[in-house]
Design a protein around this ligand. Structure first.
Ligand code: M6R
Length: 534
């Protein structure tokens, strides 16, 4: 972020101004050509080429072309996605808008007209909305508006009346941001994968790693620093990294890392994970890691945030804004990004092409599998209602799903104020089993993986002590259904990816429990969305 890179962007003579949502994929090629023709660029953005392209058309026609035609002509050269609004000094009182791939709507007011990329921005001004389609262009003037296609042909659009409330718009029809965000999981996974999968190579494209591939290929140790939910994502990330790369990896609470005399040998990579990018402890941990000479990499959702900037190299989640205090979609996205990093590093080492391709195939099926789980939210609600009066829960998992258990417990604690403990299932007999009674239910995560048999033993141990078991198992599993009190089935996937699916019913369980208990779901007491103090 800088003033130069801030919209609107303009042409050489500052006569045309453009705001843009999207990405012009061939901007480098276009900018080179325009620079050769003598155009001067003043920002580092892809958007600026649009202003210069429009300027080029107007100059070629010696000004005898109206702005909408110049915009249409310029857009013929553009690849990528855009929702744009353009004004020109030569035609005051006119805004030209167009879209391809990015949303764009017109608001029809009382002798006033608006353009926006989201209904939420318009509702305060007008409820009469025209939704533009790809390759359409709108002309807004004080006297009226017009929509046409890029070949100048008028298009008749219907004006739709938006009847929902502002809150409905912002929450997308859900009662709470948390529910909306959980239901965004399929898209969040797609966004994390978009443009990054290199199936033929069994690998992925990650700009941050590709641009320093020698440094990344040579790392010998990985330390993950983060807090809360992001810490649990890091814990699963550690398992993924060790399985696919063989590089010794560990995860450390950022609040511990920043103060402990944590030795970082040469060729260490420190990965900082943060949804907000503003968590004070994680930010300081990055600074400390840099001071100790480590290579740093951020996994951050909020673009341009402090951790994203401090880490230098980073991978954005592109999960969209997470409003609810309880982190849900960010966790799913962080896990997906860890798979990508592990794949990239693994393919630099011993991971075979076939193994890489298998993971990519499975990854690409995850959005639909996540959607299948979400469609069963009402079944989770029934289970949650049945157990909502309980004041204690254990969450148990092993290996990849130990972090899932920890995260499930954290979600329940923070939004429903129910005491919950997440445990590595093997630890239960070293103490916690003493807590088990029929009023102290255990949520056991037991997908089909290498520790499945061990999880069955855990379930039997709990049942032998009259404990209640709510199990998360893989579709087709009959064994668990016979012994557990409740079973929620999730689609099968490879063990490495199982936490991405297994956490969804736990997020839903916490949500429905909090609902039944009448809690303030999106703003739980005593909590803030980003913890910017120690
Ligand atoms: O923004 P960050 O990912 O750095 O935040 C870390 C934690 O504060 C955060 O995950 C917190 O634990 C959430 N409330 C969990 O839902």
């Amino acid at each position: 972020p800088s003033v130069e890179n801030t919209h609107p962007h303009t042409d050489c003579g500052s006569t045309i101004f453009v705001v843009h949502n999207g990405i012009i994929e061939n901007h480098a090629y276009l900018a080179d050509a325009l620079k050769r023709e003598g155009h001067w660029f003043s920002s580092e953005t892809d958007t600026e080429v649009l202003a210069h392209l429009i300027e080029r058309v107007i100059t070629a026609k010696q000004g005898s072309i109206v702005l909408e035609d110049a915009v249409a002509e310029a857009l013929r050269h553009v690849q990528g996605s855009y929702g744009i609004a353009v004004v020109a000094k030569s035609e005051p009182g006119k805004i030209v808008v167009s879209r391809r791939g990015s949303p764009l709507l017109l608001g029809i007011g009382d002798r006033e007209f608006f353009a926006a990329s989201d209904t939420a921005a318009l509702v305060r001004h007008t409820r009469r909305i025209v939704y533009l389609d790809d390759n359409e262009l709108g002309i807004l003037m004080p006297s009226g508006y017009e929509v046409r296609n890029l070949r100048k042909k008028p298009v008749t659009k219907s004006v739709e009346l938006f009847t929902g409330s502002l809150q409905d718009v912002e929450k997308g029809g859900f009662d709470h941001f948390m529910a909306k965000e959980i239901f965004e999981s399929p898209d969040v996974i797609r966004n994390a994968l978009r443009g990054r999968v290199l199936y033929r190579d069994g690998s992925v494209k990650l700009g941050a790693l590709d641009s320093a591939s020698n440094e990344f290929a040579g790392i010998q140790r990985i330390v993950i620093v983060s807090c809360g939910t992001s810490y649990y994502a890091g814990l699963a990330g550690k398992y993924m990294l060790e399985e696919l790369t063989g590089i010794p990896s560990e995860v450390v609470y950022a609040s511990e890392f920043r103060y402990a005399s944590f030795p970082l040998m040469k060729h260490a990579l420190v990965i900082a994970v943060s949804q907000s990018g503003e968590t004070a402890d994680t930010l300081e941990a990055v600074r400390e890691a840099k001071r100790k000479g480590a290579l740093t990499l951020g996994i951050v959702n909020v673009v341009g945030s402090s951790i994203a900037r401090e880490a230098g190299r980073g991978i954005y989640n592109y999960a969209g804004p997470e409003i609810s205090v309880a982190s849900t979609k960010a966790f799913i996205s962080q896990l997906t990004i860890f798979v990508l990093i592990a794949l990239w590093l693994g393919r630099q080492r011993h991971l075979s092409l076939e193994a890489g391709q298998e993971i990519l195939r499975e990854l690409q099926q995850l959005p639909n599998k996540a959607a299948r789980i979400l469609s069963q939210s009402p079944s989770v609600a029934v289970i949650a209602e049945k157990y909502a009066a309980n004041n204690n829960f254990l969450f148990l998992g092993r290996m990849y799903n130990w972090p899932t258990a920890l995260e499930g417990a954290l979600k329940l604690k923070e939004i429903s104020y129910v005491h919950a403990e997440g445990l590595a299932a093997g630890e239960i007999k070293h103490g916690p089993i003493a807590l088990i009674t029929e009023h102290f239910p255990s949520i056991v995560i037991a997908p089909n993986d290498s520790v499945y048999k061990k999880m069955i033993s855990t379930i039997r141990e709990i049942k032998a002590r009259q404990g209640t078991v709510i199990a998360i198992a893989a579709e087709g599993n009959k064994e668990i259904q016979k012994i557990a009190d409740e079973t929620f089935l999730i689609p099968q996937t490879i063990p490495l990816l199982s936490p991405i699916l297994a956490v969804i019913p736990l997020q839903l369980f916490a949500y429905h429990t909090a609902r039944v208990r009448g809690c303030d779901i999106d703003k739980p007491r005593n909590l803030a969305k980003s913890v910017t103090v120690e």
